[in-house]
Design a protein around this ligand. Structure first.
Ligand SMILES: NC(=O)CC[C@H](N)C(=O)O
Length: 356
């Protein structure tokens, strides 16, 4: 079945469809990880985006029941150079194509993903439309131009948990404010013995404080951090009252709550080998990343914050801590272990902050 990707800059890529059929629109982004497509497909932070993988063969270990980061896929579309049709892995229970079909995600294969990635790197993130349907190339490009920009949509409310739930544990109670949580975050806190109370993004500081938690974790999530809404208010009301820890969107929300600004990166950081330097220890960690926005360092001046981590590719802020309040956050994903477990200690740091 023929399928096409049309971009807002007028470029068209012709390939084959796999997974669901029809049309989808979104912000087209690329991820450079060689593996982890199942985690990427089910990471709610990709809500509103069409993801292309730069690694040319995707799907070769299939889909398994253990590696889901959330109950369903939130990507709008998925693009690969070659989709493996016969996966071979002892854990595999499904194929990539079948998973996409069942989750109503349109896949595009057989295009030159190098050319697409280069286009995005040169012009910055672009809106695009994938279609398996009949329409002219001009119409397709017009649809891409009309596609909703990522900014301005409150995507967090689409992916957050509808109601609170608890994962039992014998240790300290941690409230996790779910902005689009990856399961690995709850798993890491559980593994450290915490009782994890996951709350919807609409939860207020008062609703959190009555539970008397030892600390609050703000998770990853989709969209422009400035559109996050209530979680920014909640974070502002909690600062100084409880130990706070933020990952990715949680890190950006904490910065906004403190009065700093965020901005959109040209094409974002998405991959499994981004070098990040811990400025306190001088050690470099190889990290998993997925973000399109970053903290504007200039707006941190005079704010009683210290930058703790920096990206070695482009120098952007990757972590901060507050000089007076128990609060720290990272832009990368310490919960993801794409081979290296360099960042596992970040969770231990949160536990010891709660203990002191
Ligand atoms: N993984 C995340 O939490 C992403 C945060 C935010 N949506 C961004 O793109 O920058």
């Amino acid at each position: 079945m023929l399928a096409r990707l049309g971009l807002e800059n007028g470029k068209i890529f012709y390939g084959k469809g796999f997974g669901a059929t029809g049309s989808c629109e979104g912000e087209v982004v690329f991820n450079t990880a060689m593996t982890g497509y199942q985690e990427i497909l089910t990471d709610p932070s990709y809500c509103g985006q069409i993801v292309t993988m730069t690694y040319p063969l995707i799907g070769n270990y299939g889909i398994n029941p253990d590696d889901f980061e959330s109950r369903r896929s939130h990507v709008r579309g998925f693009i690969v150079k070659e989709a493996c049709e016969s996966p071979n892995n002892w854990r595999a229970t499904d194929t990539l194509a079948n998973y996409l079909k069942e989750n109503n995600i349109i896949g595009l294969t057989g295009i030159d993903t190098r050319a697409l990635t280069r286009t995005i790197r040169q012009s910055g993130t672009l809106r695009g439309v994938i279609t398996t349907e009949d329409c002219s190339d001009e119409e397709l490009v017009e649809k891409a131009k009309q596609a909703k920009p990522l900014s301005g949509q409150n995507l967090v409310e689409k992916v957050t948990t509808p109601r609170s739930y608890t994962i039992d544990g014998k240790g300290r109670r941690v409230v996790v404010l779910d902005l689009g949580m990856k399961q690995s975050i709850a798993q890491n806190l559980s593994k450290a013995g915490c009782e994890v109370v996951v709350m919807p993004a609409s939860a207020t500081a008062d609703e959190i404080l009555v539970l008397n938690p030892a600390g609050v974790m703000l998770t990853n999530g989709p969209g422009d951090p400035k559109d996050a809404g209530q979680p920014i208010e909640t974070a502002r009301d909690l600062i100084g009252k409880l130990p706070l820890f933020g990952i990715c969107l949680g890190h950006q929300v904490l910065a906004l709550a403190l009065g700093a600004e965020t901005y959109k990166l040209k094409f974002g950081h998405r991959g499994a080998n981004h070098p990040v330097k811990d400025l306190e220890t001088g050690k470099v960690q190889i990290t998993s990343q997925n973000h399109g926005y970053a903290i504007d360092e200039k707006t941190l001046d005079g704010m009683d914050l210290a930058i703790t981590h920096r990206n070695l590719n482009d120098g952007t802020v990757e972590g901060m801590t507050h000089n007076r309040h128990p609060l720290f956050c990272v832009q990368y994903h310490p919960e993801a272990f794409p081979g290296p477990s360099d960042s596992a200690h970040i969770f231990e740091r949160f536990i010891s902050m709660m203990n002191s």
